[in-house]
Design a binder for this molecule. Structure first.
Ligand code: HEM
Ligand SMILES: Nc1nc2c(c(=O)[nH]1)N[C@H]1C(S)=C(S)[C@@H](COP(=O)(O)O)O[C@H]1N2
Ligand SMILES: [Mo]
Length: 375
């Protein structure tokens, strides 16, 4: 009986070919996550040379859904890859030359960064923040570091990897060894597929019954829609509507407005079908009726295409207001919504008014709107 370490270290699944195939899958998945992650960054932090468009309305829903569900699918891929390669970490001598030293040094940011991205990503979408740092900044820089290390790693392992791919004879499924490896890869692929199937229903509504691992479901919540942050949890408890409520349009305007809820309701309304697309990947589409924001901006005499800050009755935290750029603020479908799916908004959905703009990340769809400040 060989020692335990010998048994597992000599497993036939541990071979360059499975490691290469998993590596390619991981490389593709991380590239997809990197690109969609940068798009999410651009949607929230304006980049002058890359303005985030107000259309198509479903774009952010798609890119951020792809980000989160691809990210989740990488978890089994990464575990499989680490299992396939970890005996090599104990190879002796540890380095055999400068190129090899660079390759091995790059493994620290590559493995560390990958694990960090997946752990912070998963804890974020599960509303668990066991750390003090600001998620977006840490996750953003970890992405650059990881992708940088990935480029070095691909360069350093390219020859071995392409050799392993050509090595078909050694992996023909007819041999027990080939079968073993094939089963290993199939198990990893099945695990990745299972992760996606049990979560993607939080964005793809027809699959919602399968989404047993998703933290949010598209039809569970008041008025049949999920709520991320409830009014009482964020300190919005005393919203009386009229007589106390006022909507102000101020800042760089010719004629500041101050409207009661009755005056808001008396205006022309419009109905649009738009999704709420949370940065955490879940999304749902609904019918919204409200006042086109551009009507109010025109009435107040704002500069055409001016950006605005939309402020909430919620006074604390990052969601107390959102900067909305000109393309979104002036889009005809951007509303201060009074109703959802034919009913007046309930408090948890932002009564009396919430912003709904096309292709706008959920975090910027401010609830309990009380002020539009033109910049
Ligand atoms: C389980 C895997 C992952 C999950 C669940 C996840 C989740 C998220 C979430 C929820 C956001 C939005 C954060 C916010 O705006 O508040 C985000 C942003 C981002 N993610 Fe991931 N992520 C994962 C993996 C990755 C990977 C592998 C990469 C890169 C290779 C990556 C790169 C980024 C980038 C660049 C951003 C933009 C950060 C910013 O707005 O500054 N993520 N991710
Ligand atoms: N004032 C305020 N607006 C807010 C939030 C909030 O906490 N406070 N949450 C935002 C987030 S993160 C999302 S995804 C959307 C949708 O959340 P909901 O389902 O709770 O309406 O509302 C956004 N608007
Ligand atoms: Mo969100």
């Amino acid at each position: 009986m060989p020692p335990v370490s010998r048994i597992s270290f000599s497993s036939r699944a541990r071979h360059e070919r499975p490691a290469t195939i998993l590596g390619i899958a991981l490389g593709v998945a991380f590239t997809v996550c990197f690109v969609t992650g940068l798009l999410s960054h651009a949607a929230q932090t304006p980049i002058p040379w890359f303005p985030w468009p107000a259309g198509p309305a479903w774009l952010y829903r798609l890119t951020q859904g792809v980000h989160v569900f691809t990210g989740l699918a990488t978890i089994p891929l990464l575990l499989g890859k680490l299992w396939a390669v970890y005996p090599r970490l104990w190879r002796w001598p540890p380095v055999s030359g400068v190129a090899h030293a660079v390759e091995r040094a790059a493994l620290v940011p590559l493995v560390g960064g990958s694990v960090f991205l997946l752990v912070t990503g998963v804890t974020n979408i599960d509303y668990w923040f066991p750390y003090q740092f600001f998620f977006r900044i840490a996750h953003f820089w970890a992405a650059w570091i990881t992708v940088g290390a990935l480029v070095v790693h691909v360069g350093a392992t390219f020859t071995v990897a392409s050799g392993a791919l050509r090595d078909r004879a050694a992996t023909a499924p007819a041999t027990p060894e080939g079968l073993d490896r094939r089963r290993f890869l199939l198990a990893i692929a099945a695990a990745a597929g299972a992760v996606v199937l049990t979560t993607v229903g939080s964005a793809v509504t027809p699959l919602r019954r399968l989404a047993v691992l998703a933290p949010r479901l598209p039809d569970i919540g008041p008025q049949g829609l999920p709520v991320n942050h409830q009014a009482r949890d964020v300190g919005v408890t005393d919203v009386s509507g009229d007589p106390g409520y006022r909507l102000r349009v101020d800042g760089r305007v010719a004629r500041p407005l101050e409207l009661s809820l009755g005056e808001v309701r008396a205006r022309r309304t419009r109905e649009v079908r738009l999704p709420i697309s949370c940065v955490e990947g879940w999304s749902y589409s609904a019918r919204w009726r409200g006042i086109p924001l551009r009507d109010l901006l025109e009435e107040a005499g704002a500069d055409r295409r001016a950006a605005v800050v939309v402020r909430s009755l919620q006074t604390r935290g990052p969601y107390s207001g959102a900067r909305i750029d000109g393309a979104h603020a002036w889009h005809p479908d951007t509303l201060l919504a009074l109703e959802v799916n034919g009913e007046p908004l309930q408090l948890d959905h932002g009564f009396p008014l919430r912003l709904i703009a096309p292709n706008n990340p959920g975090v910027l769809q401010t609830k309990w709107v009380t002020e539009v400040q033109v910049l």
